[in-house]
Design a protein around this ligand. Structure first.
Ligand code: NAD
Length: 377
């Protein structure tokens, strides 16, 4: 099998495989073509890929020769014009949200895998790019909030008086939220957490956070550990509780998401207007609409003295470790589709291979994506 590692476009600094992961891939008898300067922004020069056993070339040769095309971001329209139906496309393209792209992949009969659809099972944990990238995002979001905040995070008893610790409110205690709790606690803040899944209560407590309870949340075991949409009555109760906590907070980190849906709106403009001047909101749900009504994706705004940061790609601000984690996850996934002789072996009876496959020969393989498309027919 020939794997083609593509250079990312736009402001992305990560790369899907660092040279160390390429070396491991080559030991599995795969050949690797790397697009010129693919790793440059992640501090991995072309020489390092050559030393790992890959060959550096241009994008068009990769599209011509590779069996598998790999990059972090979805294919551009130019990429789609060049992919052949015999090739396999692997990236992370949020298929529950990017319905138009899925339709194009279907129409072209392409085999595509979206790494953000890897099942959330124990066996798939080592391939879970969502967890890896959420870990980076949760950590970076707190650090950025600490830098922007005009006050300290920890409590200080100094000769100049006592500084009280910052109050941090974290919305959503998934992977990013729990990492944010841990990071904010390490910096000495008081941390309060909201989530609709009661299962996270103990995890929040064990990290030193205080779980703010709102009775009556809807939970659904069939959602695979994810949150589901809430009733209007619950949303109203939650809104009141969050509002009360928000106006006492110095920092809010929004991480609440529902797969395939718009992010839940938890902080209204009115609530922001009641917050203390100088407070900071970092909204990690910005790309799916945001947890705060005023969030603008990929922009930082100041509203009534409150800074609202809508950064949706923190992993790109930490390209080395983010690429290292992403690459390790990809490598573990590739092991499932590479045969002993190094050839491509798509075994759809493996639940991880089937679950991650979005389209193959004009059909949708991932059940969740399939059901969303059937509902919309
Ligand atoms: P996510 O990014 O989909 O959502 C983030 C958090 O927001 C979730 O905890 C969710 O409950 C919460 N949320 C949604 N709506 C909300 C609302 N209205 N108010 C408050 N909070 C709300 O979540 P994630 O980080 O991707 O994790 C989802 C689940 O998957 C978790 O149960 C996690 O433990 C599990 N998981 C499993 C594996 C594995 O076994 N391989 C790996 C990672 C995560």
């Amino acid at each position: 099998m020939i794997l083609g590692l593509l250079k990312e476009y736009g402001h992305e600094t990560r790369v899907a495989l660092l040279p160390e992961a390429v070396q491991n891939l080559i030991s599995l008898k795969a050949d690797v073509l790397v697009e010129k300067q693919a790793g440059e922004a992640a501090f991995a020069p072309d020489d390092a890929y050559t030393a790992a056993g890959a060959r550096i070339t241009n994008r068009s040769e990769i599209f011509e020769k590779a069996d598998v095309l790999l990059q972090i971001h979805p294919p551009s329209s130019d990429d789609l014009a060049h992919i052949k139906s015999s090739q396999v496309w692997i990236s992370a393209f949020n298929p529950l949200w990017e319905k138009q792209l899925v339709n194009t992949l279907l129409d072209k009969g392409l085999t595509s895998f979206s790494l953000d659809s890897i099942p959330r099972t124990t066996r798939a944990q080592a391939m879970d790019i969502l967890s890896s990238m959420a870990t980076v995002a949760g950590y970076k979001a707190v650090l950025e909030a600490a830098l922007k905040l005009p006050t300290f995070f920890p409590m200080f008893m100094t000769a100049a008086g006592t500084i009280r610790p910052a109050n941090v409110l974290i919305l959503g205690a998934g992977v990013a939220g729990l990492q944010a709790v841990a990071t904010a606690r390490k910096l000495g803040a008081q941390v309060y957490v909201f989530d609709v899944r009661s299962a996270v209560k103990e995890e929040v407590k064990s990290l030193g956070g205080k779980f703010v309870e709102v009775e009556g949340a809807t939970e659904d075991k069939a959602a695979g550990g994810y949150a589901v949409e809430q009733t209007e009555e619950y949303k109203q109760k939650q809104q009141e509780a969050i509002n009360a906590q928000a106006i006492k907070s110095d920092v809010i980190i929004g991480t609440a998401q529902i797969p395939g849906k718009k992010a839940p709106l938890l902080i209204s403009a009115q609530t922001v207007e009641k917050m203390k001047q100088g407070s900071v909101i970092v909204d990690l749900a910005a790309s799916t609409g945001g947890n705060c009504e005023l969030t603008q994706n990929n922009k930082t705004i100041l509203h009534n003295g409150v800074t609202i940061i809508g950064e949706s790609n923190y992993p790109a601000q930490m390209p080395v470790d983010a690429s290292r984690m992403f690459g390790k996850n990809v490598l573990n996934f590739l092991k499932l589709i590479i045969g002993e002789d190094g050839s491509l072996n798509l075994n759809f009876s493996d639940d991880i291979v089937k679950g991650t496959c979005i389209t193959h020969q004009g059909e949708i393989y991932n059940e969740r994506v399939k059901s969303v498309f059937e509902i919309n027919k």
